[in-house]
Design a binder for this molecule. Structure first.
Ligand code: ADP
Ligand code: MG
Ligand code: MG
Length: 907
């Protein structure tokens, strides 16, 4: 029987692992091996596999050590040979010190910090001092080791309100001697610090600091494995859906020393600019330093290239002379090591064919690489790097597309804060990131005033406890919207996303006094007219004005969209209720409208009064009179929308919400309504009362309105067909698709269809035009999906309304689910909020069934989806697999959906 291999060595241009063994060796370990194989200088060492992590969790420490001992000892032996040093040297050789590092498949915050200089003790420090001829370096390494091991493995940490106990000891000496920097410590200081550190460990843990290198090593290995199960790591895994079985690997690697003096250094670098994507090697380094000093901010790191250094100095307002003297680049300070680093970065990028994030150390002018990985980047860099690599012929089109994270694209579609301006802004509080982008403006508390102020050319941010349909125009006029209440699917959030307008919702710290026209946030009072800035991508709320910059949508972004077009099967429509939104979406590449909600138009201006008049009318005749006024308005709306989407299908949904949404609640508003419509207030009150429903979502809405008031359907069908005929007469090519909402039975569909077709016939005759139109339905009630074969005998298209379908499949009310959904997600009952990410097993099954059953009787049935899910990448991929013709989403998500659809087709 072949023993399972648990340890993979690397060093001296050889390695037992390689890059594609990331599952077994973790990302860091696999790349350390690979770098050896391609001739990049890497200190020798070995990787203990991720499988051992699982064994450790099952079997415990002793058994794990027993299983591993032989291989680890061999790994150390090989390392000793390559590095010409001895672990636990008694003076016969240069002491071998190692680093112990965690490394999972994907980089994971919460995992153990690296321990450097392991193997150090009272003997080793003296031998190293003697053999290196550099006691300062040796003692500096010792104090670093006790500090890291004490913290990471032995658990010495600052208690609440306390400073790090190790730092406190160092600061005492710095202060006493008036030192500026850690590099000022003398050998004696460092010896003193080591003694103090040992005492700290003893005091805090009750244990002596371990002196035996092997004890140190096993202690560190176990600490890495233990860190897999810390609260932080577990939480992160839950959030990111990382399985527990993956485990982490442990990397043990010979130390190389960046703290050996002025010919030594350590640093981090990127092969391209991770913020902008510019193809310019860049990074930071520190002379005479080790490990994480660069990121820790104890000293100001210097730039790697001359170019980077000059740019940096300019931004800091530092003169060229001062820069060259005090902050020279690595290119200037260590030209040879720099040249080698420059060659290595080029080689690594060409090898991995992606931007690399590198860690390196220079020991006495010799370069060593300690890590490489694909670098994290902003959306702008993501797009630019892929397109430039494509143009350079380094990657192909499909790869360039697959490199894009659709959700990230969102960053590019909205204004952002100016980088410099935001640095000095102060965060007042945080709400939910309800609709992305950045906005800055003067505070107004009322929607109509937002409109007024904006009309006078003021930039405003509308601040409300919550918003309602009446605030629509004010929301439109504002730069952004901040609400104190409401979740990610609140009115403000949904409407703002639809408009592509920045919105922060549910900022609970915001207390508004509408009377005084002030708001307070944690004791800070702001009044109407004060400046406020909000970031809808993070939920942050800032005081003062922060300049924003507009998105750049041509260039590389445009090229990504062209590629998406080339590789997609599905096309993308938009959910839009106005010609304005339709136009934005069309510019983003939408091919048609998947959902135009007619009721939104009723809130515009004076229209609400016509619908209120209709609602109040008790007889058909009265209703018809009111409907006639609405007909005029709707016709012109539809003309606008059909014109904006000329040549593409426009799905118009007939009236859907329960009528009570159009009537006022409060007594004053009811009196106003009675006066305006010249009826007794009692009548209004009674009407409102009679419209009241216990469960409006399941009440008198959708096609049920059209069934009980056929004249509403008639009016809407007429408005749509007249609009289409008028455009036809102008030589345009309107393609209305009339959609009957909330069908549960085929009979409901038939009854509504009859009306629509009859009216359509009449209108076309009257206008002497022939319009290309369809009649179809929304599938949003489970029974409709189950009986799709019956419905599809009549319907020409299905549009899956996955918001309602999710609501009714789960039996969760969208308006009330906020109380328990977050807990459901936290407890793992649900992976995601099903209103944001389409739940494929249950709700998705109904969609699949609807498609299959529908197409089984009508092969030409047009299929699409128009819920909020239409712009969510994993849901788009599901729609592709299910064979839908299109997805439809809010205008600003159109590019995201287009990219996701193309990726689904490539994968
Ligand atoms: P992280 O995951 O936080 O990047 P690493 O395991 O990469 O942690 O280690 C952090 C830093 O420690 C590295 O950037 C490197 O500077 C230093 N380091 C790790 N191993 C060694 C080593 N063998 N010799 C010198 N420095 C090392
Ligand atoms: Mg770390
Ligand atoms: Mg690292």
């Amino acid at each position: 029987m072949i023993e399972k291999k648990r340890v993979f060595t690397f060093g001296n241009g050889k390695a037992e692992g390689k890059a594609d063994m990331r599952n077994l060796l973790g990302g860091k370990g696999a790349n350390l091996a690979e770098m050896n194989l391609i001739g990049v200088p890497v200190p020798a060492g070995f990787t203990i596999t991720t499988e051992v992590c699982t064994e450790y969790n099952q079997l415990g420490k002793d058994k794990m050590v027993e299983l591993l001992k032989k291989e680890v000892e061999e790994g150390i032996k090989k390392t000793e040979e390559v590095m010409n040093a001895k672990f636990g040297s008694k003076g016969e050789a240069f002491p071998l010190l190692v680093s112990v590092r965690s490394g999972a498949r994907v980089s994971m915050p919460g995992m153990m910090n690296t321990v450097l200089n392991l193997g150090m003790n009272d003997d080793a420090v003296k031998i190293l001092a003697e053999k290196s001829g550099n006691p300062r370096f040796s003692w500096d390494s010792y104090r670093r080791f006790i500090q890291m091991y004490g913290d990471v493995v032995m658990g010495v940490e600052a208690e609440k309100g306390e400073h790090d106990p190790f730092e406190v000891e160092m600061d005492k000496i710095k202060e006493a001697k008036g030192y500026q920097s850690d590099t000022d410590f003398t050998v004696e200081d460092l010896q003193n610090i080591v003694e103090q550190f040992k005492k700290v460990v003893k005091q805090r843990t009750g244990n002596e600091f371990p002196t035996n290198p092997w004890d140190q090593l096993w202690g560190a290995v176990c600490a890495v494995f233990d860190s897999w199960n810390t609260e932080r790591a577990i939480l992160y895994r839950q959030l990111e859906n990382i399985p527990e079985e993956w485990g982490t690997a442990v990397n043990v690697q010979a130390m190389v020393y960046g703290n050996m003096g002025d010919s030594s250094a350590t640093g981090v670098a990127f092969t391209r600019n991770a913020a902008t994507g510019e193809n310019l090697f860049n990074g930071e380094y520190l002379i005479n330093a080790q490990g994480e000093d660069v990121v820790a901010g104890v000293r100001t790191p210097q730039q790697i290239t001359i170019e980077g250094s000059k740019r940096w100095a300019e931004m800091q307002g530092i003169s060229e002379q001062e820069r060259a003297e005090k902050y020279p680049s690595l290119e200037e300070a260590m030209p040879e090591a720099y040249n080698e680093l420059n060659q290595v970065q080029d080689k690594l990028e060409k090898h991995y064919l992606d931007m690399q994030d590198l860690e390196f150390t220079i020991q006495d002018n010799k370069l060593w690489m300690l890590q490489t990985r694909n670098g994290k980047r902003t959306a702008a860099a993501m797009v630019r790097i892929a397109m430039e690599m494509l143009e350079a012929g380094e990657i192909d089109e499909k790869t360039a597309l697959l490199r894009q994270d659709p959700n990230k694209l969102d960053e590019l579609l909205h204004p952002v804060f100016e980088e410099e301006a935001i640095k000095s802004a102060h965060v007042l509080t945080k709400g939910l990131p309800a609709s992305p982008g950045a906005a800055t403006g003067r505070i107004v508390f009322f929607a109509d005033e937002a409109e007024e102020w904006a009309g006078k050319g003021e930039q405003v941010v509308l601040v409300r406890t919550e918003t309602s349909p009446e605030d629509l125009r004010g929301m439109h006029a504002a730069e952004g919207i901040l609400t104190a209440r409401g979740g990610m699917t609140s009115h403000a959030a949904v409407v703002a996303r639809g408009m592509g307008k920045c919105c922060v919702s549910g900022a609970g710290d915001v207390k508004i006094d509408y009377k005084k026209r002030t708001m307070t946030i944690k004791g800070v009072t702001l009044k109407e007219g004060d400046w406020l800035s909000i970031n809808g991508s993070t939920g942050e709320v800032y005081n003062d004005k922060v300049e924003t910059i507009a998105p750049e949508l041509s260039g590389n972004f445009g090229k990504i969209m062209d590629l998406s077009e080339k590789y997609t099967r599905m096309y993308v429509r938009t959910n839009a209720d106005t010609p304005h939104d339709a136009k934005i979406a069309r510019d983003f590449g939408a091919k048609g409208i998947g959902l135009c909600r007619t009721e939104h138009m009723f809130f515009e201006g004076d229209r609400i009064w016509s619908i209120r008049e209709m609602i109040l009318a008790n007889k058909e005749a009265g209703r018809k009179k009111a409907l006639k006024k609405l007909l005029e308005m709707q016709r012109s709306d539809f003309e606008g929308i059909l014109e904006a989407m000329d040549g593409f299908g426009v799905t118009i949904r007939l009236l859907d919400p329960p009528l009570h949404e159009f009537t006022p609640e409060g007594a004053t508003a009811q009196t106003e309504m009675a006066e305006k419509l010249k009826v007794d207030v009692k009548e209004v009150r009674e009407k409102v009362h009679s419209l009241h429903e216990f469960n409006p979502m399941l009440g008198h809405r959708g096609c049920r309105l059209g069934i009980t008031y056929p004249e509403i359907t008639e009016m809407q069908a007429r408005a749509i067909m007249e609009a289409a005929c008028n455009l036809k007469a102008k030589g345009l090519n309107p393609k209305p698709e009339i959609m009957i909402p909330l069908i549960g039975t085929a009979k409901e569909f038939q009854l509504q269809e009859e009306i629509i077709r009859r009216v359509a016939e009449e209108v076309q005759k009257e206008k002497n035009q022939k319009v290309d139109f369809l009649v179809g339905t929304m599938i949003e009630i489970p029974r409709a999906a189950l009986t799709a074969n019956e419905i599809a005998q009549h319907a020409e298209f299905f549009s899956f309304g996955t918001n309602d379908l999710t609501q009714m499949t789960f039996g969760y009310s969208r308006d009330d689910a906020g109380k328990f959904l977050p807990i459901y997600v936290k407890k793992g009952i649900l992976k995601h909020d099903p209103f944001q990410v389409l739940e494929q097993t249950g709700v998705g099954q109904l969609v699949e069934m609807g498609c299959q059953k529908g197409r089984s009787v009508n092969a030409n049935l047009k299929l699409g989806i128009c819920g909020e899910h239409g712009g969510e990448p994993s849901s788009v991929e599901f729609c592709h697999r299910t064979g839908l013709d299109y997805v439809s989403c809010s205008p600003f998500r159109v590019p995201i959906a287009r990219l996701a659809a193309a990726q689904a087709n490539i994968r």
